[in-house]
Ligand binder design. Structure first.
Ligand SMILES: Nc1ncnc2c1ncn2[C@@H]1O[C@H](COP(=O)(O)OP(=O)(O)OP(=O)(O)O)[C@@H](O)[C@H]1O
Length: 274
């Protein structure tokens, strides 16, 4: 890990209103360096809006956000990115008519430092960051393809590549495996763990519970803009409010089985224990 363990992100009473709707309604959260924090919750719970506020896509209606020692509550998205916080989006967010390489170069160019002069002149640092990001996500052989032609998995990989090309300290992933098959989910899972092992602090939103619970060291469940659960992944399905508002009893049973099997694998003596 490159960062000393300790708070990297501190959100204090974050609120985002759209008219009379409080999409995010007083969310306080601390993310420590080196953690993977997973955010779940029903559709419309406010997860993406929370990401949007923290990463500067939309201004907060209330509350404060600190990234390290810096109060970023009123910072625009590009400045927040340049400070070391990158993100991906739930839906494809790329320039469709440009190539994979060009998209990553743009991220590396604008996401790493403030550009005061007009013009777009790529330096060696941008080229190098682009090559590294392409290699990391496995898109090097598609670098010159137009983005519009890419399948869903490659579009997701492209967003991750663009984010890491900014060389962030912290990465926000919004539904990184939505719409992917099992093998593709496993591929992204391995990638997220590798990024964590390389020192990145990660916050992710996901509805695929296997992904969310297997990766996260801590899970936050939101509902109606509020945090209704925060704790260890294996405790999520034990929380009655979470089961009633989000998981349902079928998922609860499947998750219990999943964690029982995991416990049996890590502790073989537990197999057959009543
Ligand atoms: N720009 C906007 N204007 C008005 N309402 C909005 C806007 N963006 C989001 N909302 C509303 O805010 C609420 C929270 O939406 P948000 O997308 O953050 O939920 P979510 O938890 O990410 O949902 P999902 O899991 O479906 O992505 C929803 O009721 C949504 O309709």
């Amino acid at each position: 890990m490159t960062e000393a363990a300790g708070p990297m992100l501190v959100c204090d009473g974050v609120v985002k209103r759209f008219g009379s709707l409080a999409a995010v309604d007083g969310v306080s959260m601390v993310v420590n360096a080196g953690e993977i924090v997973g955010i779940g919750g029903p559709n419309g719970a406010g997860k993406t809006t929370f990401f949007d506020v923290v990463t500067g896509i939309t201004p907060a209606s209330g509350g404060r956000v600190h990234f390290g020692d810096t109060d970023i509550s009123a910072f625009p998205a590009d400045r927040i990115c340049q400070l070391g916080m990158a993100r991906t989006f739930q839906l494809n967010a790329a320039f469709d008519s440009l190539t994979v390489r060009e998209n990553i170069e743009i991220a590396a160019y604008f996401g790493r430092q403030r550009r005061r002069l007009a013009g777009f002149r790529l330096g060696e640092d941008v080229r190098q960051a682009t090559i590294e990001a392409l290699d990391f996500v496995g898109l090097a052989d598609k670098a010159d393809e137009t983005v519009a032609r890419l399948p869903v998995l490659d579009r997701k990989l492209l967003m991750i590549a663009g984010a890491i090309a900014t060389r962030p300290k912290m990465l926000f992933l919004d539904e990184p495996v939505g719409g992917l098959n099992v093998a593709e989910i496993d591929q992204i899972m391995a990638m997220v763990l590798k990024l964590r092992d390389q020192g990145l602090t990660i916050v992710l939103i996901e509805h695929v519970m296997r992904f969310l619970l297997a990766l996260s060291s801590r899970v936050v469940i939101m509902h109606h803009g509020k945090v209704i659960f925060e704790g260890r992944p294996d405790k999520v399905a034990e929380d009655q409010t979470v089961v009633e508002t989000y998981l349902g009893q079928g998922t609860q049973k499947r998750l219990k089985k999943f964690f029982d099997e995991q416990a049996a694998t890590t502790n073989p003596a537990a197999v057959g224990t009543p």
